[in-house]
Design a protein around this ligand. Sequence first.
Ligand SMILES: Cc1cc2nc3c(=O)[nH]c(=O)nc-3n(C[C@H](O)[C@H](O)[C@H](O)COP(=O)(O)O)c2cc1C
Length: 190
Amino acid sequence: MKRLLYVLFAIIAIVVVSLILWPTKTNAVMGDKTLVAYFSATGNTRGVAEKLSNAIGADLFEIVPEQLYSADDLNWQNDASRSSVEMKDAASRPVVASKIEDMSQYKIVFVGFPIWWGREPSIIDTFMESYDFAGKTVIPFATSGSSDIGNTYENLKKLAPNANVLPGKRFASDVSVEDLKSWADTEIAK
Ligand SMILES: Cc1cc2nc3c(=O)[nH]c(=O)nc-3n(C[C@H](O)[C@H](O)[C@H](O)COP(=O)(O)O)c2cc1C
C-alpha cells in the first residue's frame, strides 16, 4: 500500500512539473525574442541600432559584408563605383559574411540600413533572402542624409513575402534613446 502511494505521488509530481514547464518550452520552440539586425557602412546606422537594442533589450546583429565598402566604393558621384553599380542592378546580392545561427528564436526583427539611392542597400536584399521570415514581424529603420524611408518596406515585403513587414521609419543619427524606445514600443504593439 505504502509503495502504491509512493508511485501515485511520483506520477502526480511528474504531471505537476510538466504542466509548470510546458508554457516555457512552447515559447522557446515558437521563439518570442526581438532582434535588431543592421548594416552600416559609415557608422550612422550602427549608432542608432545600438541605441535601439539597448532601449528595448533586444539582441543585436551586424550584417557584415564579405567585402567591406571602401570610401571609393561608397562614392555615389562616380557611376562606376561599387555602390553605384550594385544599386543600378536590382539582381545584385552582395555576400554577407555574418550569419544568425538560430533565427527561429526571434518573433520580431528590426532591420536597419542607410538609405542608398532612395532605398535599402542591395546587401539588405541578400539578408532578407537568407532567412525564413514566415510568421515574423519585420520592422525597417533607416538613417540617411535627408531622404525618407519611403516605400522601402514594399521591397522588403517582396523579399520576405511571408513576413508581416511594417512601413518603418527614418531617423537622424543623433535620435535619442527615449524617442527610439517610444517608437519601437508602438511598433511592437501593432
Ligand atoms: C552610395 C550612397 C548612396 C546614398 N544615397 C542617399 C539617398 O538617396 N538619400 C539620402 O538622403 N542619403 C543618401 N546617402 C547618405 C546615407 O544614407 C547616410 O549618410 C547614412 O546615414 C549612412 O549610414 P551609415 O553610416 O550607417 O552607412 C547615400 C550614401 C551612400 C554612400
